[in-house]
Design a protein around this ligand. Structure first.
Ligand SMILES: [Zn+2]
Length: 210
């Protein structure tokens, strides 16, 4: 599995390009900004983008999605519970002093039980509300990796004070589907350094059981 992780945009959202070495088909997760850079990485590996997946509808994760769709023709996937938040992109842009990226059109909703496929690369969708109503994580069983969006960070969890946020729900999501994953799972958070499930289970102050 080809996997490139690199921060994009002013808020340094971790964008992932994940591709199948054999078929060269790929998915891009959270193309928040810097689409030229994302496309250069896609080209470096000789990949064709088949899916654009958004972990949640915050501007730093979804801001570049339409540009990437125009360049690749790939569909944009987002959980439907974040559609309302997606309609607030202008407001979100104002919060961080950014220009609005305009309207983003979603091709289909994804939730728990759905799989996102690019070649032989398969991601299981986990609906993990709390940071936003429609937040999802993507689990790659073959590579033992979790793309966590802003649900889980190394040593911390996503903020829940923005519209659609719920501390109760994020804790339920984390103690439910997220902590059920194997210890050795590598976690790629929406921002900052990588971690593992076991590391967070044992040392994350929001998760550690006393
Ligand atoms: Zn966010």
């Amino acid at each position: 599995m080809i996997h490139e992780i690199f921060p994009v945009g002013v808020l340094q959202c971790n964008c992932s390009v994940i591709g199948d070495e054999q078929t060269r088909e790929a998915m891009v997760i959270d193309p928040g900004d810097e689409i030229e850079h994302i496309l250069s990485i896609v080209q470096q590996h000789g990949l064709t983008v088949k899916q654009i997946v958004i972990t949640h509808a915050h501007i730093d994760h979804v801001g570049g999605a339409m540009k990437l769709k125009q360049a690749t023709g790939a569909p944009i996937l987002l959980n439907q519970n974040d559609y309302a938040l997606l309609k607030m992109l202008d407001t979100q842009a104002a919060w961080i002093g950014m220009r609005s990226p305009g309207e983003v059109a979603i091709d289909s909703s994804v939730g728990t039980g759905d799989k996102v496929v690019a070649g032989r690369v398969v991601a299981e969708v986990l609906h993990t509300p709390g940071h936003t109503e429609g937040s999802i994580c993507l689990y790659f069983e073959a590579g033992k990796k979790l793309i966590a969006g802003d649900t889980l960070f190394a040593g911390s969890i996503g903020r829940t004070d923005l519209p659609g946020g719920s501390y109760k729900k994020i804790i339920e999501s984390l103690h439910g589907p997220v902590m059920a994953l194997p210890d050795e799972t590598i976690v790629v958070p929406g921002h900052g350094p990588l971690t593992t499930i076991v590391e967070e289970r044992e040392s994350n102050p929001f998760l550690a059981t006393p």
